[in-house]
Design a binder for this molecule. Structure first.
Ligand SMILES: *Cc1c(COP(=O)(O)O)cnc(C)c1O
Length: 437
């Protein structure tokens, strides 16, 4: 038996709310969302047509922790606690004194961390009488997570899938349909927003920003229907903190504490999930030397190359304006295989932490990322999702640096998902068909 297994009493019973720590120990919070119409801070009523009250409250909560509902904890036992593994063969291959640990979220039935928040969101919606959820998906991970969560709680689910991925990643489409969701390639002619995008950009392969506009429009125009977002918002970061809380307890059983915590960063949720519990300890002065690194693709470098400003979360300008690092809401990144990292912006919480220099960021080209994923797979067996492979790449960079500096360093990264439905990207990489951006 793995010595870091968590008994049922050791499993987290609450989500950790980072804004409490920012407010208490920094005396600062990120700037609030603004109405796109008035440019004034929005109140809860602005979010009520889209989200259940419980999630709206979580969005602005300054509580230290929020209980995980029993029904959700029950469902988490399908795949949680997820394993914390040490990549010993990789350490040996790199000949590094560093210890490399990773939290493996690929064990969830849908293959990524996204089910952590999907189950919570479906639960709160069901409890408030909602019958259907709409959403967008890029590579399909979020869509499959929400489709399964909706199935678990008896909700129907409509997913707008970025057209490029709909064509490039047919298997996740199948997964969503198998769970009972309706899947529409976006932009589509089923919404006003979609028809407008098609008119202006007839050849577009879509973007997350466009798909969000379509999903929101459907949610506000259909009765008993809400919208669900798989990343970016505070309540999503909150739900993902189950990852880092487990990891912290598992690391404790290993007798280790990370020097550096790494996560790939699309909207920021898996990074927040693994890192926020550790950052909370740092903010409250319980640890001194902890670094956190967000890793993004050079094809969509919102933290490393974007601007920190208010921007819309979608292309049609329907969402509240969020203060975040952004490439601009009309930015359409090239079709890299890490579809989950193609969002133009970033979570306001993650952006705030980066702006305040509480976390670092790095960006890599997908060729280097696939090369790192191959080394990882050949040593550890697990095939990383192309998104997660960005974290793998940076973990290797840190491990090599540790060797050069002759330092023992404890590295923890989040393996946000497996890549078994992304083999086409790997195939193209091995055939030498991928180009440097
Ligand atoms: C969606 C996804 C991501 C990116 O989203 P974040 O909110 O930044 O975590 C990363 N990895 C995997 C496997 C994903 O499915």
């Amino acid at each position: 038996m793995n010595k870091n297994m968590l008994g049922s009493r050791e499993r987290p019973s609450t989500y950790l709310n980072l804004p409490y720590y920012l407010h208490t120990y920094l005396g600062q919070l990120p700037d609030p969302p603004l109405s796109p119409k008035t440019n004034q801070p929005i109140g809860p009523e602005a979010l009520a047509p889209l989200f259940p009250m419980e999630l709206v409250k979580q969005e602005v909560s300054l509580e230290k922790e929020i209980p995980i509902p029993d029904e959700v904890r029950q469902l988490y036992t399908m795949f949680r606690p997820s394993p914390l593994l040490r990549a010993k063969r990789l350490e040996k291959a790199l000949d590094t004194p560093a210890h490399i640990y990773f939290k493996y979220e690929g064990v969830s039935p849908v293959g990524s961390h996204k089910l952590n928040t999907a189950l919570a969101q479906a639960y709160y919606n069901k409890k408030e009488g909602i019958r259907a959820l709409t959403t967008e998906t890029g590579a399909g991970q979020w869509g499959s997570a929400l489709a399964l969560a909706c199935r678990m709680f008896g909700l129907s689910c409509h997913v707008f899938m970025v057209k490029g991925s709909y064509e490039q990643k047919p298997y996740r489409r199948t997964v969503m349909k198998l769970y009972g969701a309706t899947v529409t390639p976006s932009p589509s002619d089923t919404t006003h927003a979609g028809r407008a995008f098609l008119k202006h950009f007839p050849d577009t392969r879509g973007s997350l920003g466009m798909a969000i506009s379509e999903a929101i429009e459907m949610a506000v125009t259909k009765p008993h229907t809400h919208y669900a977002l798989g990343s970016v918002l505070n309540h999503v970061m909150l739900h993902q903190t189950i990852i880092g809380q487990e990891a912290m307890r598992q690391m404790e059983k290993e007798g280790e504490y990370p020097d550096v915590v790494i996560g790939c960063c699309g909207g920021g949720s898996n990074l927040a999930g693994i890192a926020f519990p550790f950052l909370a300890q740092k903010l409250s002065g319980r640890v001194k030397h902890l670094r956190v690194v967000a890793v993004e693709p050079t094809a969509c470098p919102s933290l490393t190359r974007g601007v920190y400003r208010y921007d819309s979360g979608d292309t049609a300008g329907m969402t509240p304006l969020l203060k975040m690092y952004t490439m601009g809401s009309d930015f359409i990144p090239s079709s890299i295989h890490a579809g989950g990292l193609r969002y133009h912006g970033d979570s306001p919480l993650v952006s705030f932490l980066y702006h305040k220099k509480r976390i670092e960021a790095a960006a890599y080209d997908q060729l280097d990322v696939f090369a790192a994923a191959k080394v990882f797979a050949q040593n550890e067996g697990i095939i990383p999702a192309p998104e997660s492979a960005h974290a793998v790449k940076h973990a290797i960079v840190e491990a090599i640096r540790a060797k050069e500096e002759g330092k023992k360093k404890v590295i923890l990264f989040n393996m946000s998902g497996h890549g078994l439905l992304d083999l086409e990207g790997y195939e193209q990489y091995m055939e030498g068909k991928l180009k440097r951006e």
